[in-house]
Design a binder for this molecule. Structure first.
Ligand SMILES: Cc1ncc(COP(=O)(O)O)c(C=O)c1O
Length: 495
């Protein structure tokens, strides 16, 4: 085929060479415009009823559309209604903007479209290399350690807990993979009340039950109370249960609190428990040397969920699970049916397959965007990115502290600031509903985007400073908008 196209009309999904180039160039231009023009648009705008219906009722076309028509439809109906996380005034949840080079890599990964289940092809070695960079970031790069990329933190947490369960059942002579948990002791794990819901889901999926994740109280800084943890373990042992795992949070979803990792390591070792860390939000914080004391112990934990699509600006989806004992992880998951057996070192065999270390068989080429984003930053740039997120949060916290109607509701350890609008004389219940309304109104108005959190039963406005382009002026706009909306909402009174 030539630039001018083949002599016959290619049938979809094939396109002529010329159309292919034109399609890719236009897609690249659309992507570039989308990112470059981001600031001039609202952070977020809810879809109108007509827009929703327009998309939901699209018929499956009888005759295929041209790639140009498809890109027109994307430009008109899809690109203008984003989630919002690309915007520097998006402070919602834990969604960073995509690193531009990661976006380009995503397209190239799709063009190659390998399965990263395993094999002797470049994508596999790139995943090993990119995972090694993550292991190095937290100091887990010891012989025997293994990691693999996942859809995100939830899957990384599930995988880490599966490894923990496997270690415990194996030690107890329970063949959980063959027999399930029939006749097994009651396995219990521990985390703080601030732990992310994905850990509870993981306990459910692993057949352990959500209640077997004991939620231990926290101190005033939302870090797990280690004395209460010890007591919970003691109580469970006395009741004949089988403690098997401690889950620490390196960056809780609500406030970014970092549990006392050193103390949790000590307790886990002393009690013979697996230490899994949910570092979806905070593992990359290890790049900030100011947090060395808090996050240094990550180097010695048993498993760690690390989410490059949260703090490292890798386009979603890109999570990672890192496990100290790679062979144990393989033992927990490996199941290679005859049709998938290969000979190491021959044909497409290659190194042990990633699919033996996790649940997924066909796996996407996530490593390319991770590797591309990290390569562009370099170690220094990645550290600067993370430090900047922490600095912005500290700056925002200071602005909140200096704006009297605002009240800060938690210490700031990483990149999350929780606060509320608090006019004189209002009680907690009234403040909850007032601040919820502020969040809802701000989301719809599109100048800044914040979300909420519940802290000790009280509603907080929550802002995460993960965008590399957020300026001090953006933070000022955020504070001013909250105060202005707070005044309006308070004047309107309860709905
Ligand atoms: C602390 C924490 N852990 C785990 C997760 C789940 O990660 P993901 O959404 O990537 O599955 C989140 C998501 O916000 C989180 O904040």
């Amino acid at each position: 085929m030539t630039e001018s196209g083949p002599s016959h009309d290619p049938q979809p999904p094939a396109v002529s060479d010329a159309e292919l180039r034109e399609t890719f160039r236009r897609a690249a231009d659309l992507a570039a415009d989308h990112i470059i023009e981001m600031r001039s648009r609202p952070v977020f705008q809810p879809m109108s009823g007509e827009e929703r219906r327009g998309i939901l009722s699209m018929p499956f076309p009888e005759e295929g559309l041209s790639p140009a028509a498809i890109l027109d439809a994307i430009a008109e109906h899809i690109l203008p209604r984003p989630f919002g996380n690309g915007h520097p005034r998006f402070f919602g949840w834990a969604n960073s903007p995509p690193a531009p080079v990661g976006v380009a890599a995503e397209m190239l990964a799709a063009a190659m479209d390998p399965s990263c289940a395993g094999g002797d092809h470049a994508a596999i070695y790139l995943e090993h290399a990119a995972v090694r960079w993550l292991l190095e970031m937290v100091g887990m790069d010891e012989p025997g350690a293994f990691g693999l990329l996942t859809s995100g933190g939830s899957m990384a947490n599930l995988t880490g807990l599966a490894a923990a369960r496997h270690q415990a059942t194996r030690a107890d002579g329970v063949d959980v993979r063959r027999d399930g948990l029939t006749g097994a002791p009651r396995y219990v794990a521990y985390a703080s009340t601030q732990v992310h819901s994905s850990l509870q889901k993981a306990m459910e999926l692993l057949g352990l039950g959500r209640d077997a994740l004991r939620l231990v109280d926290t101190d005033g800084a939302f870090r797990v109370d280690t004395a209460a943890l010890r007591e919970a373990i003691r109580r469970d042992r006395a009741a004949g249960h089988r403690p098997f795992c401690v889950v620490a949070s390196a960056g809780t979803v609500n406030t970014g609190a970092i549990d006392d990792m050193g103390a949790l390591l000590e307790i886990s070792r002393e009690q013979g428990l697996w230490l899994h860390v949910d570092g979806a939000i905070g593992a990359a914080g290890a790049l900030d040397e100011r947090l060395h004391d808090r996050l240094g112990p990550l180097a010695r934990v048993d498993s760690l969920a690390f989410d490059p699509h949260k703090c490292l600006s890798v386009p979603v989806e890109c999570g990672a699970v890192l496990v100290r004992d790679g062979e144990l992880l393989r033992d927990a998951f490996s199941l290679v049916p005859p049709y998938l057996r290969t000979t190491p070192g021959t044909g497409i065999g290659g190194p042990p397959w990633f699919s033996e270390y996790g649940f997924q068989q066909t796996r996407g080429f996530r490593a390319l965007k991770l590797w591309a984003a990290l390569s562009h930053m370099g170690r220094k740039g990645a550290a600067a990115l993370i430090r900047n997120q922490h600095d912005r949060a500290a700056e925002l916290a200071a602005m909140v502290d200096e704006a009297p109607p605002l009240e800060r509701m938690a210490p700031v350890e990483l990149s999350i600031v929780c606060f509320r609008y608090r006019p004189d004389g209002a009680g907690d219940a009234e403040l909850d509903s007032l601040n919820r309304r502020i969040v809802d109104e701000l989301q719809s108005a599109g100048r800044v985007f914040v979300t909420g959190a519940e802290l000790d039963g009280r509603f907080a406005i929550r802002a995460a400073t993960l965008h590399y382009g957020t300026t001090a002026e953006d933070l000022r706009v955020l504070v001013d908008e909250v105060v202005a909306e707070g005044r309006r909402a308070a004047n309107r009174g309860a709905p």
